[in-house]
Design a protein around this ligand. Structure first.
Ligand SMILES: Nc1nc2c(ncn2[C@@H]2O[C@H](COP(=O)(O)OP(=O)(O)OP(=O)(O)O)[C@@H](O)[C@H]2O)c(=O)[nH]1
Length: 393
């Protein structure tokens, strides 16, 4: 069996052309992630690279070799940078100068050097360029999107195939007298290396889709500004946790928290600083909660805090800590000015057998909050719900 190299080149060229075109079209729509942009240009690098390799029947060989390799080199580089951005990790430390040395030296190899030596060397250079990307995905992207795992594995196969191709070219120079000459060893490794690069090409697009879908799911239940759960999720969670408290015989505390005179903060320091204050407040409060507690943004500068299995002294202690911490918090405006804020809270402690609905708990917490505002703000007011008296026989 032989694998016809010109046909293989044509197949790769058309495959990358399709990928590049589809990515260009997709990016005009909702898929605007910058790393997908890098991937798109990387794919076009492969289109041009394979195009120049195939065009050697029309253009001088040295032009085909130089430009073909330059574009493939750029394509691989853009793929690896896109992977690094995708996993949001710094570059791994390591002997990077080796990769760059290899990359720089590749232009010299375009000259009058036997094809087998050039093939061996370039295959190793390309494998070396792929390895940081493989490392980043396998080390830091493994727990994320399932499609990214497939990208890491296919790139690892590509790197391995390129190393094998380098070794094969070195040990069988007679099979590498012409790039377009078909031989089994040359064909198989070429096929394996570039098909796995292509698999990674499509895999990365799927991983980007996967991430966008996860983000959409998160946004459906969370507030984009503060990363707290949103109003409707808080409603559901409160009803669920009240029911659980009832079953388990434990009290549930619920507090409404409202930043004081927030309108003045917006008016004095600007809406952006107001947003920064909301983010700082939410982050500070979240940092004080147990994993089972829930902080929801009910709207504007109003938050709902659900504390399962928490009695009145425990809830009061936490709310008082929050009140003091918020009063000590400093937020910096973009012009360098700093400002502070205070918060008022209305607490309801629901005994396990109170039989109260979530709506009623909201109303009572709201009432306690109103009392806190009325009594001068920057304070916590509480409302205790006692167990329902046993029904008379
Ligand atoms: N920056 C920013 N401001 C918001 C956001 N949502 C609501 N606000 C502002 O929050 C302010 C709420 O004002 P009010 O309801 O009068 O309450 P307040 O000024 O905090 O007064 P008290 O609650 O009585 O202490 C309004 O000016 C809203 O525009 C937001 O997402 N970002």
């Amino acid at each position: 069996m032989t694998i016809d190299i010109p046909t293989l080149l044509l197949a790769l060229l058309s495959g990358y052309l399709m990928l590049g075109l589809q990515l260009l079209v997709a990016r005009r729509g909702a898929l605007r992630q910058p790393e997908l942009g890098l991937w798109t240009w990387g794919s076009w690098g492969f289109v041009l690279g394979f195009g120049f390799f195939g065009a050697r029947v029309l253009i001088p060989t040295w032009v085909s070799v130089l430009l073909g390799n330059a574009f493939i080199f750029g394509g691989i580089l853009l793929y690896v940078i896109a992977l690094q951005r995708f996993v949001r990790r710094p570059w791994p430390s390591g002997p990077y100068w080796l990769v760059w040395l290899a990359a720089v030296s590749f232009t010299g190899l375009m000259l009058e050097i036997p094809l087998s030596v050039r093939t061996a060397w370039l295959s190793l250079v390309y494998a070396g360029l792929l390895l940081p990307g493989v490392y980043l995905v396998l080390r830091h992207g493994w727990g994320g999107e399932a499609s990214l795992r497939a990208v890491g594995l296919t790139l690892a196969v590509a790197a391995l195939a390129l190393i094998l191709r380098g070794w094969h070219a070195f040990t069988h120079p007679d099979q590498y007298t012409d790039l377009l000459r078909s031989s089994l060893g040359q064909g198989l490794t070429f096929l394996c290396a570039f098909l796995s690069l292509m698999g990674a090409g499509f895999g990365f697009v799927l991983a980007s889709f996967e991430r966008a879908a996860t983000e959409m799911k998160r946004l459906a239940s969370h507030d984009g500004l503060t990363a707290c759960v949103n109003r409707s999720s808080t409603d559901d969670l409160l009803a669920h946790l009240l029911e659980r408290g009832r079953r388990e015989g434990s009290p549930v505390s619920f507090a409404m928290l409202d930043l004081d005179h927030f309108k003045q903060i917006n008016d004095r320091y600007g809406h952006q600083s107001g947003d920064a204050a909301l983010r700082a407040f939410a982050a500070d409060v979240r940092g004080r909660l147990r994993a089972s507690d829930v902080l929801g943004r009910m709207g504007g500068e109003e938050f709902g805090l659900i504390l399962p299995a928490t009695d009145e002294p425990g809830a009061m202690r936490l709310l008082e800590q929050i009140r003091q911490a918020v009063a000590a918090l400093k937020v910096r405006c973009h012009d360098g000015r700093e400002f502070g804020m205070t918060v008022s809270a209305g607490l309801v402690v629901v005994a396990s057998d109170s039989g109260l609905s979530a709506d009623r708990v909201y109303a009572l917490a709201d009432k306690a909050l109103y009392q806190a505002k009325h009594a001068g703000r920057n304070r916590v007011e509480r409302h205790l719900i006692m167990p329902m008296p046993a029904a008379a026989d």
